[in-house]
Design a protein around this ligand. Structure first.
Ligand SMILES: [Zn+2]
Length: 206
């Protein structure tokens, strides 16, 4: 299992005993000062609440227009979906896939997995998929840099809005909120605690 103990400092490879700091404290590597572990306050409750909020806000973020365009008297609304389809039709399929993954699929998967895991841990319900969900969630984190790219889309929208006949739609505000929620999710989820609780549930399952 991952992340259940620290055999070696990931920064300087110093061999260490397992350190279990209290909430508010942190475990630092005595040699290089690398932050090994900092327990987060009410991690399960926060992750639960944030993923519910994320699940609510992901619908307007994906379905409501990010921007509205007025062309020759007709107004067009651009949603994330229509943007992805538009890029695809223009032959920019690589960009279309990147936008789809970073702004639709990854946030949705992230929120659903966080919700599934935190609900089970919150109500002490064992589930044989908990470990797999947790591993997928951690792999998803490796792609988190895509958020930077997503921010680029938003900046482009805002810049366009100031030059062309565009207005920012409610979907854009929902989308920014969604980004904030996913960022907060990442910082509230205590992987060490979660793995510990999963192992605990597994032991009491049998
Ligand atoms: Zn170290």
């Amino acid at each position: 299992m991952e992340n259940t103990k620290f055999d070696a400092c990931p920064e300087c490879d110093l061999l260490l005993n397992r350190a279990l700091p209290e909430i508010g404290e942190k475990a630092l590597c005595p040699r290089c000062g690398h932050l090994l572990y900092r327990p987060r306050k009410q991690s399960i409750e926060r992750t639960f609440a944030l993923s519910v909020a994320g699940l609510i806000v992901i619908f307007p973020a994906n379905l409501l227009p990010l921007i509205g365009i007025k062309l020759l008297g007709n107004s067009h609304d651009g949603t994330l979906w229509s943007g992805v389809i538009g890029l695809f039709n223009e032959g920019m399929w690589a960009v279309a896939i990147l936008v789809f993954l970073s702004s639709i699929l990854f946030p949705l998967t992230n929120i659903i997995l966080s919700l599934l895991i935190s609900v089970h841990l919150y109500f002490d319900k064992p589930n044989r998929y908990l470990g797999s969900w947790m591993r997928w969630l951690q792999h998803l984190d490796e792609w988190a840099m895509l958020e930077v790219y997503t921010l680029g889309i938003i900046v482009a929208c805002v810049k366009l809005a100031s030059t062309a006949d565009l207005k920012l739609g409610f979907g854009l505000y929902a989308f920014v909120t969604l980004l904030l929620i996913t960022a907060m999710l990442a910082s509230s989820l205590d992987t060490y605690l979660f793995w510990q609780r999963i192992a605990h549930l597994r032991r009491h399952e049998a």
